[in-house]
Design a protein around this ligand. Structure first.
Ligand code: SF4
Length: 225
């Protein structure tokens, strides 16, 4: 008999001596509670939204117009993660609705995707004043929300848009050009790094490498034969 069998047999014997024929097992983190009525991702996400929409854990909670949770398909295979809401997003409470968002819509269309096929959100849920870069403390406060969203959706691939999202999820502090040709793992989920569409608007030379990234995403995650 193997040592595992020995241990199991010993445990069962002790258990029988203590509790008779009723078997008591300790609940551990690796033994999730059985629940036949697990809510669908959409229900879980919407109840998560209700839980956090009034967050004021960092100072951005006081200066935002709207909390920007994320938008799209809660069962999506692809989740896009940007940096933080901009002016339009803050006014409407929806991510990627300004010029950069419209460019992203066109890129998605070019690989046969619509916004309703994907889920999109940001590292920060509230706009930094004057679109300044997120502060390390703000990212630290807000990142657990993103982590929960990604756990609930559990996509096939996460696409980080821009350096802040890549650095936050992958803990890599490298120039984006060096990160973009690899596939990483974030809690077991494939993660691809590409440019933020706002960067493509500022520097059209980045459109070609960004298009290569989206072709790679299409060929790897969207074409199934
Ligand atoms: S940015 Fe995140 S942590 Fe800060 S107030 Fe908004 S939701 Fe809360």
């Amino acid at each position: 008999m193997s040592s595992i069998d020995d241990l199991l047999s010993c445990y069962l014997k002790q258990n029988q001596e203590l509790f008779g024929n009723t078997l008591y097992l300790e609940k551990t983190a690796s033994m999730p509670e059985q629940n036949d009525t697990q809510p669908e991702p959409a229900m879980r996400l919407s109840s998560f939204y209700e839980q956090i929409r009034h967050c004021e854990q960092c100072s951005l909670g006081k200066t935002r117009t709207n909390f920007v949770f994320g938008d799209g398909n809660e069962n999506a295979d692809l989740v896009f993660v940007g940096e933080a809401p901009g002016k339009q997003e803050d006014l409407l409470g929806i991510p990627f609705v300004g010029r950069a968002g419209k460019l992203l819509d066109r890129i998605l269309e070019a690989i046969n995707l619509k916004r309703s096929d994907i889920f999109i959100c940001n590292v920060l849920k509230c706009r930094p004043p004057n679109n300044r870069d997120p502060l390390a403390g703000e990212i630290e406060q807000c990142e657990p929300y993103l982590q929960t969203q990604l756990e609930m959706i559990n996509p096939k691939v996460i696409i980080t848009l821009g350096r802040v999202a890549a650095k936050t999820l992958l803990h890599l502090d490298l120039p984006l050009g060096q990160m973009r040709n690899n596939t990483y793992l974030y809690h077991g989920i494939d993660t691809v790094v590409t440019y933020h569409p706002a960067a493509l608007l500022r520097n059209p030379n980045l459109k070609k490498p960004a298009w290569e990234d989206f072709q790679r995403i299409r060929d790897t995650y969207l074409i199934t034969e």
